[in-house]
Write a protein that binds this ligand. Structure first.
Ligand SMILES: [Zn+2]
Length: 87
């Protein structure tokens, strides 16, 4: 088993198994990221597939934190809106 949502450049470290709560959080956040970056060249820089996000699946703590960081999502949304509002 390896990390299900690995980022290039991630520190790695210990893999943690997803619980019911973290599975739900991760799915919600991935959906938000996907909404933000529909263009292929701007996808989140990891290969996470929603079907892989299941209880017991393993992920690096740093990768999990990066995907579920609300500040990053808010910032990305803000940037995205500014870009799409350009004439
Ligand atoms: Zn990872």
């Amino acid at each position: 088993m390896s990390c299900i949502a690995h980022f290039e450049g991630s520190k790695g470290g210990n893999l943690i198994p997803l619980t019911q709560k973290t599975t739900e959080t991760l799915k919600t956040c991935i959906e938000q990221w996907r909404e933000l970056f529909k263009e292929p060249e701007r996808t989140v820089s990891c290969d996470v597939c929603l079907p892989l996000v299941n209880i017991g699946a393993q992920i690096h703590k740093s990768c999990y934190q990066r995907l579920t960081n609300k500040k990053r999502i808010v910032l990305a949304k803000k940037r995205h809106r500014e870009v799409s509002d350009m004439p």
